[in-house]
Ligand binder design. Sequence first.
Ligand code: GLY
Length: 376
Amino acid sequence: MDWQTAIERALNTVRLDIKRFGNSFPLVSEGGGSYILTNHSSWTEGFWSGMLWLGYEYSKDAELHAAAVRSVSSLKARMEAGQDLDHHDIGFLYSLSAKAGWIVDRDEDSRVLALQAADVLMKRWRSAPQLFQAWGPEGDADNGGRIIIDCLLNLPLLYWATEQTGDARYAECARIHAEKSRRFLVRGDDSSFHTFYFDQTTGDSLRGGTHQGFRDGSTWTRGQAWGIYGFALAYRYFKDPAYLETSRRLARYFVEHLPEDHVAYWDFDAPQVPGTPRDSSASAIAVCGILELLEHLPEGDADREFFSRSVELTMDSLLSSYFTAGSETEEGLMRHGSYSVRGNSAPDDFVIWGDYFFLEALLRLQQGIPGYWYER
Ligand code: GLY
């Protein structure tokens, strides 16, 4: 199936979903074809908003635009109510909703909302250990000094806030955090820890660990994918070659450890036996990350062909064996995502971030539309 056909089929499902979801937001499915809906109790509401913006940018369809604008209003009400904002995933929530509204429509209220979100994210900055605390209250015994690789996709909201306001503090804290992530989450063999602990008073490094991976020292595939994309975006902003190199190393490891069908299992170290779940969302994120990486690798770079080929192979596999291809009954776009195999939460299901990154990958490939991580 070509990319244009895939986008059009995906948007058929999205249009049906607008009616099915009403004012709620999809999270994951659990065993069936329907999404469990949320109303601002998750880190994921931005992904649906981002899909609506992508769909509108592609189609210029007023129905998609109206739904995208409604979703931003809903995220605005969440901000005003201060509902479930006490975590680092503010970047996911507001980059793909309010910041997208600014990028697409140049809507000033959306810009203001995205900047408010950046200020909320800054409340997660901990000056003693010099990091953004992902989860839990300040001083929390377990999470107080803990970073997680996923946070690299929350940082672009801060890069953008510095560009918009001229206040260097957002990007400077983000740079320190990205640098810590590079030094401690990425291992010598180019695999990665999901999370890393620091002493929250002294900032001393303690140990790597996992939250959703197979074991503490394993490589959770979605974490590796967050790293590919996150470091490529850090390079776009800071132009520090170390970030480009780190993205490249993580990408090479990811591609070289894929199974025969070029779509990742949920953890590179999980035993691969019949029935081991995939995480198609990890592969969709990795494709977007590699496409971003390719934007920065010079013409003639020895890895360009290897990475371009990997994108083709993975997208072919996702399109032929994972994509619901415009289904009128299945609400998701991409089967076989996993939220947490370890926690037995949606281990082999639709996951809304998988659908978002699948659509972003298609739009990057077909239209050169790169999502909403940076100002265009
Ligand atoms: N950022 C949460 C996850 O990837 O599951």
